[in-house]
Design a protein around this ligand. Structure first.
Ligand SMILES: *[C@@H]1O[C@H](CO)[C@@H](O)[C@H](O)[C@H]1NC(C)=O
Ligand SMILES: *[C@@H]1O[C@H](CO)[C@@H](O)[C@H](O)[C@H]1NC(C)=O
Ligand SMILES: *[C@@H]1O[C@H](CO)[C@@H](O)[C@H](O)[C@H]1NC(C)=O
Length: 350
């Protein structure tokens, strides 16, 4: 009963949220991103748990600071996304009317958004404590207008997060920030639980792969920017990560078979595109390099195909595609990002 009442209260205030493209949902009625102590308590209740209450580490590396900035940048956009999604479902916006099925979905999403708020605060808090600017929210716009497309998008960006937090943990460890590895591992588990819910909601098996696809920070940083209204981020320039040019995946229905799929890139400024390669990152495997085939140029747009070698490699779950200068070979995802000019193309296999 108690949870029903708090849900009703939540429903009353979400209906006041702006949902039009590029309106910011921030600050939220719960005070996020700058909640008072009392507001934090209510976020924690909604999240079914608290921020870690031990002291932060006494020192942190520069790369560790970049990790925290990226996490905050990511979690802020997720909070905006899930807030909009909850508002759309609550208001039965066209495409989001779930009828009788909505209570379980809404209460699950309300837990998720509060948990993402705490993830964001757990990154911005230490940034402030170490004397750095907290990352501020941007304005966002999402290429979805239905519950099913929104959940599919959530499943895709959460997969990118699940890959990127592997990189974050590795970078913390490499730079001696051991005190932050465990908490990130706990967040990876939380995001994996969310992913299972998004997959189940789409009728997919909840667990996608035995070893989840890895990613690197630069790919996540670029992918998130595709949801950002250009020029709307107050301090994105304080995040020292690389932004790649877009790689468009033109083929939509990618299934459990090896077949040629189509991509496009804008080759303005690229002198010799004959040395470019298409690279796939999937699971914990050595990246797969393919030549660009069936190329055609129209104006500045290069369209090409490359095989998606599903059968030989069991390319389940998330595959990250990038266009690199040269054909490698690339030992790992870091080496791909080093050589990448375009990406990430995000492909959700079966
Ligand atoms: C919410 O609905 C609006 C109107 O259809 C849409 O533009 C927006 O992308 C939706 N947001 C989410 C997260 O589903
Ligand atoms: C390609 O990129 C250039 C440079 O960023 C831009 O001016 C141009 O409009 C783009 N062309 C297309 C077709 O998107
Ligand atoms: C593209 O190139 C590949 C290999 O060169 C070929 O097998 C395929 O049939 C071509 N056409 C399309 C539309 O993919």
């Amino acid at each position: 009963m108690r949870s029903f009442l708090s849900f009703a209260a939540f429903a009353a205030f979400v209906s006041a949220y702006p949902t039009a493209e590029s309106d910011s949902v921030f600050p939220l009625p719960d005070g996020f991103p700058n909640p008072s102590d009392e507001q934090l308590l209510s976020i924690e209740k909604a999240a079914f748990g608290t921020l870690p209450n031990g002291p932060p580490p006494s020192q942190i590396s520069n790369e560790g600071i970049t990790n925290l900035k990226l996490i905050a940048f990511n979690e802020l956009f997720e909070v905006d996304f899930f807030t909009q999604l909850i508002s759309n479902i609550t208001n039965k916006v066209s495409g989001y009317d779930l009828g009788d099925g909505q209570d379980y979905i809404l209460s699950s999403l309300q837990a998720i958004v509060a948990q993402e708020e705490l993830h964001a605060l757990s990154a911005n808090g230490p940034l402030k404590a170490f004397g750095f600017e907290e990352i501020q929210p941007c304005k966002y716009t999402f290429p979805v207008d239905s519950f099913s497309s929104a959940i599919a998008l959530a499943g895709t960006f959460t997969d990118v997060v699940l890959g990127t937090l592997q990189d974050v943990d590795q970078i913390f460890a490499q730079n001696g920030d051991i005190g932050l590895v465990r908490v990130i591992a706990s967040v990876i588990g939380n995001e994996g639980e969310q992913e299972g819910f998004f997959r189940l909601t789409q009728g997919k098996r909840p667990s996608s792969q035995p070893f989840l696809t890895t990613s690197v920070r630069d790919f996540a940083f670029t992918a998130i920017q595709s949801f950002v209204v250009p020029g709307s981020c107050p301090n994105i320039d304080t995040i020292p990560l690389k932004t790649f040019k877009p790689l468009n995946v033109l083929t939509s229905d990618i299934s459990a078979e090896t077949k040629e799929i189509q991509f496009s890139i804008n080759i303005s400024g690229i002198e010799d595109w004959s040395s470019l390669s298409l690279v796939y990152i999937n699971q914990q495997n050595v990246p797969i390099v393919e030549p660009l085939s069936n190329t055609s140029v129209e104006g500045e747009t290069l369209t090409f195909t490359a095989p998606f070698p599903y059968e030989e490699n069991l390319l389940t779950g998330l595959t990250i595609a990038a266009v690199t200068q040269g054909s490698g070979p690339f030992a790992d995802a870091d080496a791909v990002a080093q050589a990448a000019l375009f990406g990430p193309g995000l492909i959700e296999g079966p």
